[in-house]
Design a binder for this molecule. Structure first.
Ligand SMILES: [Zn+2]
Ligand SMILES: [Zn+2]
Length: 552
């Protein structure tokens, strides 16, 4: 149980995103209740059939009657992707920019929420929203998505400012730069606590703006002799705005490959953020019939996700389009750490299709990050001039480096915590409470939760393979027939009759000398005998499942 709060104190309880990249979610608590800020998911980086991870909400659910609502900063998956899982347990309103709500709504409807069950409330920059004892004002910040906002919250411990994800691009394609005047005015009024995005603390200065990326892409598209495929993060609406204009200026038809891109474009068009003429887009079915030099394809799958449009194009297995000589593929993206291998495999496959490949390595200007570099993070701290500083949105390394920066810039009180460690603020000081329950929950492809036990078994299956042993036992547990053995994923044994018979023989021999009892003891004895023999044969120690059938 967490400690009681005094009337002048607030508590931040990070449930995701601190100590990791992804899954951003924290609770902001004071005497009168709790507001949740963001509710993000993280994509799976292993290969055991996990679709997404979401934060463990147990702590929040244990005090569900105090939760007043959820406030979203912007529509990226790592900020809205876990909403379906939280809202299935918690019936509370969700505030957010129209774009984020549009994305959230699509997700929720996919998860079979009825439209009538959703309480989604638009929150616009520059206006104030009362959520129980909190007053929340979104402040516009520039980011790789539209309508990103920082949140200024009046609380019992004074004002706090949570930056959300931001940068200081002075001229973003949507025409809405970070509202520095407002941040500075709020800084003048006094900010008790600043929580700021740490992602790019290792980048001294962010390289290039979105418009620079647009210029680089336009040059490449204009010079390309045949089809151009631009691989991009679907949620980068700023870049979508530019690419629509580039398609028009280079007299190409625009074609979207990938469900996320379709969703993102549909939402952005609904809220008036993409004003594309109706004849600009062609459907993917029509793509192959557009003259090659007149087609610009936008494709998802920059991280080589299985079944993504780009992955299928790389293998020549896309049902709508096969790329070939003179076609160009541009990776307007970066490789997320950990994905290097699959992405390079995909690049190789694309090259084998004969395409011309352009990436950040050959053309550094084809991508820029949406997150503030160190110099912009410093600028944020200087605009806000907070009493206390808590770095968010990053691994422990990022958080510690960002804390260092805040100290260098003279912030008197700073702290670093990871998920699950609550931090209390009285406007001047920060201190930690003992950790609360936290963690991450795996959602399998198919939508159901994977318990940690099931997840562990999937990992073990992948690592070791499995053997099945069936024993038909007659009177006195004597074998009525030779043991039946099958394996899956065991080298030198799978489908090898000689090896399988050798394992069966070894089990039979072991049973002849077994005097240890019946039931479980016998099963365990057989399991060990089988495992020993399998290890001899294959060098691996597979999982062994033993089944007995009593014949008498
Ligand atoms: Zn973001
Ligand atoms: Zn983010």
């Amino acid at each position: 149980m967490t400690q009681r709060l005094e009337p002048n104190q607030i508590r931040i309880v990070p449930l995701g995103g601190l100590g990791e990249i992804g899954m951003n979610c924290f609770a902001l608590e004071q005497e009168g209740g709790i507001v949740v800020v963001d509710c993000g998911a993280a994509f799976a980086d292993d290969d055991v059939g996990i679709d997404v991870w979401h934060p463990d909400f147990s702590w929040l659910l244990a005090q569900r009657e105090r939760v007043l609502g959820i406030f979203l900063t912007h529509g990226h998956e790592d900020h809205v992707g876990a909403l379906p899982y939280m809202l299935s347990e918690l019936d509370v309103p969700v505030w957010g920019p129209p774009h984020a709500l549009g994305i959230a709504k699509k997700r929720l409807l996919e998860h079979r929420f009825g439209p009538g069950e959703l309480d989604l409330r638009e929150a616009h920059a520059g206006r104030e929203y009362e959520v129980g004892p909190f007053t929340v004002e979104p402040v516009r910040v520039a980011h790789s998505i539209v309508e990103a906002s920082a949140l200024h919250v009046r609380t019992a411990a004074g004002s706090i400012l949570h930056t959300g994800d931001f940068n200081f691009d002075p001229d973003p394609p949507d025409g809405e730069p970070t509202d520095e005047a407002r941040l500075s005015a709020l800084g003048d009024q006094g900010i008790s606590l600043l929580l700021s995005d740490s992602t790019n603390i290792d980048v001294p200065v962010r390289q290039g703006s979105e418009r620079d990326v647009g210029r680089a892409l336009e040059e490449l598209v204009a010079a390309a002799p045949a089809r151009v495929v631009i691989a991009m993060f679907a949620s980068n609406v700023q870049r979508l705005i530019l690419l629509g204009a580039i398609a028009q200026r280079t007299q190409r038809k625009l074609c979207l490959f990938g469900r996320s891109l379709e969703t993102q474009c549909a939402v952005a068009r609904e809220i008036g953020r993409l004003s594309w003429p109706s004849d600009l887009l062609v459907s993917s079915e029509q793509a192959a019939s557009v003259p090659r030099e007149r087609l610009l394809v936008l494709a998802g799958g920059t991280q080589a996700e299985r079944n993504s449009a780009l992955k299928r194009l790389s293998l020549g297995q896309h049902p709508r389009l096969v790329l070939g000589e003179e076609d160009t593929v541009i990776f307007s993206s970066r490789i997320i750490p950990g994905n290097d291998r699959p992405v390079f495999v995909m690049m190789n496959d694309l090259l084998r299709q004969g395409v011309v490949l352009k990436t950040r390595f050959s053309d550094p200007s084809v991508h820029t990050s949406g997150h503030a570099g160190r110099s912009e993070q410093g600028r944020m701290i200087q605009l806000c001039r907070p009493n206390c500083f808590l770095p968010v949105h990053g691994t422990l390394h990022h958080l510690l480096r960002h804390e260092e920066l805040a100290r260098e810039l003279g912030v008197p009180e700073t702290a670093v915590v990871e998920n699950g460690t609550p931090i209390v603020c009285d406007g001047r000081k920060l201190w930690k409470n003992s950790p609360v329950r936290h963690g991450r929950v795996a959602i399998a492809v198919g939508g159901e939760e994977l318990s940690s036990g099931t997840h562990q078994r999937r990992v073990e299956l992948g690592r070791m393979g499995i053997a099945f042993v069936s024993l038909a036992l007659g009177r006195d547990d004597r074998l009525a027939a030779p043991p039946a053995v099958r394996t899956r994923g065991v080298p030198l044994v799978d489908n090898d009759d000689v090896a399988l018979r050798a394992v069966a023989k070894e089990i039979a021999r072991a049973l002849e000398t077994f005097r240890g009892g019946r039931g479980l003891a016998l099963v365990e004895y057989v399991r060990r005998a089988a495992r020993r023999k399998l290890e001899d044969l294959s060098g691996t120690r597979p999982i062994v499942e033993v089944e007995t059938i009593a014949l008498n």
